[in-house]
Design a binder for this molecule. Structure first.
Ligand code: NAD
Ligand code: UDP
Ligand code: UDP
Length: 344
């Protein structure tokens, strides 16, 4: 039983994944804020495997220790339980600043905290970067384009955001984060990179995260009604997490300092997306039903990735079908874990 619990909790095998050895000249000390979250933990895996020293800072608001637990005890890995709204004094060569709730129900739950994290938290990380001379990458979002009037969205588009709507705490928080980054770059000569991340999915998304991919897959796996908000004609473009991580690494390494869209340009309506998931879960008997629309829900979203292609030589590689398969497999396991505990 002990072994079964350990397997279900992902605690075995305890051996670390393969880590390359880097000499002290090549090895960097890299701070990842929000490193226990969905995207952050995948980034940490790559950085650790490359042989760097990684410091994760997280307050576990939406992240989990379990996402990085396989690195506990490794001498290149350090985890700090800290809220970035408060100052932080550590040393680093590079900072990936990802700490912020990302799912609409989560960021709307405490809008003031969301704004503080993206403004005060970002000031602290830029202050840290300034003090130690670190390069810093800010995780911005396609939400800076709001409900866009230009489609697909190039980086040159200034956006269409309601400053007092329910999404404003996040959208405007990220817009200020970008402004802060370029103000620190101009005034304090901090080296900044800004990634405008579009909808990303994959394993380690929280089962109750509330975003569309986790909701639809969990519903499909349990034969529950798939809940389409509004008429389902709104569109999104979904990027698999390993592609996004490759893009973040390429951006950090490049000399391009303006904002860069990172996302997959394959666009689907949410209604189509519900059917794609239903059809990819074997034996799924879920109904697809429409419910009340969400206030200020962006109606169209698709990245123009010309800049990323040209300057980072980056484009997504994983197809929606492959990415969804890996994600469905992950959620299946999560479900069996919950069932196992509920039956004890
Ligand atoms: P996530 O919620 O899984 O991860 C965010 C992490 O930040 C969590 O571990 C959370 O505990 C931590 N955090 C939040 N507030 C904090 C605070 N005040 N102090 C310290 N840690 C804090 O979300 P994610 O999907 O991994 O998103 C990561 C980043 O990418 C976020 O900045 C998000 O805005 C951005 N982003 C993500 C997507 C996406 O589709 N996943 C799209 C656009 C932008
Ligand atoms: N800061 C931090 N860690 C550091 C350096 C600074 O958290 O290693 C915080 C600091 O507390 C300040 C913010 O970052 O609130 C901005 O720092 P900056 O040096 O730009 O401004 P100042 O200290 O003059 O306010
Ligand atoms: N959505 C939905 N059903 C759900 C969750 C989300 O129809 O159970 C819709 C939502 O209204 C939006 C799209 O799916 O149009 C993407 O929502 P998500 O919360 O994943 O991210 P967003 O891109 O809005 O930040």
């Amino acid at each position: 039983l002990e072994k079964k619990i350990a397997i279900l909790e992902g605690r075995v095998p305890q051996k670390y994944p393969d880590v390359k050895f880097l000499g002290y000249k090549e090895r960097k000390r890299i701070l990842v804020t929000g490193g226990a979250g969905f995207v952050g933990s995948h980034l940490v895996d790559v950085l650790m495997t490359q042989g760097h020293e990684v410091i994760v800072v997280d307050n576990f608001f939406t992240g989990r220790k379990r996402n990085v637990e396989h690195w506990f005890g490794h001498r290149n890995f350090e985890m700090i339980h800290h809220d970035i709204v408060n100052p932080l004094y550590v040393e680093a060569d590079e900072i990936y600043h990802l700490a912020s709730p990302a799912s609409p129900p989560h960021y709307m739950q405490n809008p003031v905290k969301t704004i503080k994290t993206n403004t005060l938290g970002t000031i602290n990380m830029l202050g840290l970067a300034r003090r130690v001379g670190a390069k810093i990458l800010i995780a911005s979002t396609s939400e800076v384009y709001g409900d866009p009037m230009v489609h697909p969205q190039p980086e040159s588009y200034w956006g269409h955001v309601n400053p007092i709507g329910p999404r404003a705490c996040y959208d405007e928080g990220k817009r200020v984060a970008e402004t802060l980054a370029y103000s620190y770059a101009k005034q304090e000569k901090v080296s900044v990179r800004v990634a405008r991340i579009f909808n990303t999915y994959g394993p380690r998304m929280h089962v109750s995260d509330g975003r569309v991919v986790s909701n639809f897959i969990m519903q499909a796996l349990q034969n529950l009604t798939i809940t389409v908000y509004g008429n389902g004609q709104q569109t999104r473009s979904f990027c698999y997490v390993s592609d996004l991580v490759d893009g973040l690494l390429a951006l950090m390494a490049s000399s391009y300092t303006l904002p860069v869209n990172l996302g997959n340009p394959v666009e689907n309506t949410i209604q189509e997306f519900a059917m794609i998931i239903k059809n990819q879960v074997p034996g799924c008997r879920s109904m697809v039903a429409k419910s009340a629309p969400v206030e200020d829900d962006p109606q169209r979203r698709r990245p123009d990735i010309t800049v990323a292609k040209q300057h980072l030589h980056w484009e997504p590689k994983v197809s929606l079908q492959d990415g969804l398969q890996r994600t469905i497999d992950y959620f299946k396991e999560e479900l069996s874990r919950t069932t196992f505990y509920n039956n004890q």
